[in-house]
Design a protein. Structure first.
Length: 218
């Protein structure tokens, strides 16, 4: 039986996890699964749970674990996840880590490749990046300095107006970073103890970061 690959990407808001996991997913032909994107999809679809999620995200808080885990279960049950998964921004706390550990155990943890990639950037850099990030409900993401849309404030993909996410506003970002460090530090210590974590400098070019990651993945 071929080994499955489980890559876990963690890092502060604005660290570029989504960009790196999308690039890696294409290269490795396994899906990148982002709880954040799953949550925003619920908001976009205006489901009952989506309306609740929207209020939580706008406040800068994390969505309850049971909601995140239920959405993940549905996503991981799809056929494209049979050979492995790249987790983007999960787990974010010990409760979520327990959920992930059980999933890995059920898939044969000792027989598969498991790697945790921590993309590190300073809080100052995170605030700078998020203040200039713009997104579209179709899923496209832009940065006004590094990856601007061809037409100001308009999505290249679907033509709709871009947004500055509520959770990217300065006061919310400050709360998000504070919460990230509080929840992330114990998780980091656990993964270091397990000897499965690598730390990548996220304040490099996108291509250089990808090359550094591939040294450990391939």
């Amino acid at each position: 039986m071929n080994k499955k690959m489980f890559l876990i990407f963690i890092g502060p808001p604005g660290s570029g996890k989504g960009t790196q996991t999308d690039m890696l997913a294409e290269k490795l032909e396994i899906p990148a699964v982002s709880p954040g994107e799953l949550l925003r999809q619920e908001v976009k679809n205006k489901t009952i749970i989506g309306r609740k999620i929207e209020k939580i995200l706008a406040s800068g808080k994390f969505v309850e674990n049971d909601i995140v885990e239920e959405l993940l279960k549905k996503r991981l049950a799809k056929k494209d996840a049979k050979s492995g998964v790249i987790f983007d921004g999960f787990p974010r706390n010990f409760a979520q880590m327990s959920f992930l550990e059980k999933k890995l155990e059920n898939s044969g943890k000792n027989k598969n490749k498991i790697l945790v990639v921590y993309i590190h950037i300073s809080d100052k850099e995170a605030k700078k990046r998020l203040s200039r990030r713009r997104v579209c409900f179709c899923g496209a993401t832009y940065h006004l300095d590094y990856n601007p849309p061809k037409k100001k404030d308009i999505c290249d993909v679907c033509g709709k107006r871009l947004m500055h996410r509520a959770d990217d506003k300065p006061d919310v970002v400050t709360r998000r970073l504070k919460l990230f460090h509080k929840e992330n530090d114990p998780i980091m210590k656990h993964f270091v103890k397990e000897k499965i974590l690598v730390k990548i400098n996220g304040e490099q070019t996108i291509d250089k970061i990808q090359k550094d990651i591939l040294k450990y993945v391939i």
